[in-house]
Design a protein around this ligand. Structure first.
Ligand code: GLU
Length: 478
């Protein structure tokens, strides 16, 4: 293994909403690289935007990372706590002549922006305050004129080698002397990121492609400070089928939503790894260890990745079917009502058998629940299409009636015996077993699909089977 123990990776979420799958994937990629190299992986909370940041969002991000079992080294660094340090560095840049005071008023800048927009041009600050002479600056300061600090960017271009994108060059004519410290002395994002990455000893910045255009500006700050520039890798974005960046209108986008929908963390982890990365062979279901040993940035695609929930569900189904019945029972815990929990405790062996029957039919924990709901209570209603097909004919009443008269005499409700009785009756009547099984299934489960009906009869037991058939027989539409 290539041990670059001195490398330091990081994940730097802004606590302004739920953890998006794109953010989670960035965290995973950094975590994988650190794991693979025996390097450090740090967490930084970018909470400088006081209006949009919230404790609730922070807690949700941390919970989602915990759920995905992504652990970072040490304590998280909170960007908002570093403000004094950011300010100090901005002032150092001013002293070195790498930054200058800009006294332009917001009104002036607004006017210029409007003019640029009217000419369909991007607004770039024209560097007016670069030229101010010492006496002008002094008098402005004496008059308490508010000012920002802007980075002095000379003519030329900035080039960097992105580990995914390759060489990227930006001409400085496309940039302007951007603000690094606002007039209220708060640092802007670019300055905060550079200072924090430097102070945390970050060697590799692996982040979403949406940050690509920020990188030249950040590199210019590193250069102005004479600091070591980290290695950059910008990972492609995650999009919906329409090619637009994955957002709410495509459906679930947050890790928390997938948790609530009954996905397993290992399945989501595995699926997210394959968004933009591939091991180079046809493996898809991969354990974390396998992914760690196969992962490398040079196998990350430059193209945007498409999020396909169906594929994720398929993968989740595969992971579900590999879980023990006991573990699946525990996973169902949060969605079960109290009285359902109590019932399971009293009847655990029987319930585990039921789980075993449904776990290969369901793709999410929630779907497992839908498949076992019949176990907990008598059907409150029957699936409409089943009623039309299997209940609304005279034979159904007659068939269930006949079956009832046999079941009443039975004590042994084991699947084997039930099969003997149901098939035996069908044979006697000269009908296909299905003709009897379909209305029976609907009567017992309220649904047109269920695990094998004889197993269902065994699991429900004599009393419940008889009661449910009786109930179905008394429905007026039969
Ligand atoms: N806080 C930024 C975000 O959530 C990440 C910044 C970075 O990775 O440099 O998109």
């Amino acid at each position: 293994m290539d041990k670059k123990v001195n490398s330091v990776y990081r994940f730097a979420p802004s606590p302004t909403g739920l953890l998006h799958v794109g953010g989670a994937r960035t965290a995973i990629f950094n975590w994988l690289l650190a794991k693979k190299e025996g390097a450090r992986f740090l967490l930084r909370i970018e909470d400088t935007d006081e209006k949009r940041s919230s404790k609730e969002s922070l807690d949700q991000i941390i919970n989602s990372l915990d759920w995905l079992d992504i652990k970072w080294d040490g304590s998280p660094l909170f960007q908002s706590k570093q403000k004094e340090r950011h300010k100090q560095i901005a002032n150092e840049l001013l002293e070195k002549g790498k930054a200058y005071r800009c006294f332009c008023t917001p009104d002036m800048l607004r006017e210029e922006r409007k003019r640029a927009e009217a000419n369909k041009k991007a607004f770039l600050y024209n560097g007016r305050c670069r030229q101010l002479i010492a006496s002008e600056i002094e008098s402005n300061l004496k008059n308490n004129k508010p000012f920002t600090l802007r980075l002095r960017i000379d003519d030329g271009e900035t080039t960097f080698n992105d580990l995914i994108r390759g060489g990227v060059t930006v001409k400085h004519a496309e940039l302007d002397d951007f603000v690094i410290l606002r007039s209220d002395r708060s640092p802007v994002y670019h300055l905060a990121v550079v200072v924090d990455d430097h102070d945390m000893g970050i060697t590799h910045v692996v982040r979403g492609d949406d940050h690509l255009s920020n990188t030249p500006k950040q590199i210019l700050i590193y250069e102005a400070l004479g600091w070591q520039i980290p290695i950059y890798a910008h990972v492609p974005l995650i999009c919906g089928f329409d090619g637009a960046r994955l957002s709410k209108r495509h459906g679930a986008t947050a890790v928390e939503e997938f948790k609530e929908k009954g996905f397993l963390p290992d399945a989501l982890f595995n699926y997210l790894c394959l968004l933009g990365w591939a091991p180079g062979d046809d493996r898809e279901l991969m354990s974390r260890d396998e992914i760690v040993s196969s992962f490398s940035l040079d196998r990350i695609s430059k193209k945007d990745a498409i999020f396909d929930e169906k594929k994720l569900k398929w993968m989740n189904g595969k992971y579900l079917s590999q879980q023990s019945n006991n573990h699946l029972t525990n996973l169902l815990g949060p969605i079960l009502a109290n009285k359902e929990q109590v019932k399971i405790e009293k009847d655990r062996q029987n319930f585990l058998f039921l789980i075993d029957l449904v776990k290969t039919r369901a793709q999410t924990v929630n779907e497992i629940y839908e498949n076992i709901e019949f176990y907990f209570s008598d059907p409150g209603s029957y699936e409409e299409k089943g009623v039309d097909k299997y209940f609304r004919n005279d034979d159904a009443i007659d068939l269930l009636d006949r079956l009832m008269s046999q079941l009443i005499k039975e004590e042994n409700f084991d699947a084997e015996n039930m099969e003997k009785i149901v098939r035996g009756l069908a044979d006697t009547l000269g009908i296909k077993a299905g003709t009897l099984i379909h209305p029976l299934r609907l009567a017992l489960t309220g649904r047109t699909t269920s695990p094998g009906i004889f197993d269902v009869m065994q699991i429900l037991g004599r009393e419940t089977v008889i009661r449910r058939i009786e109930k179905a027989l008394t429905r007026s539409y039969m």
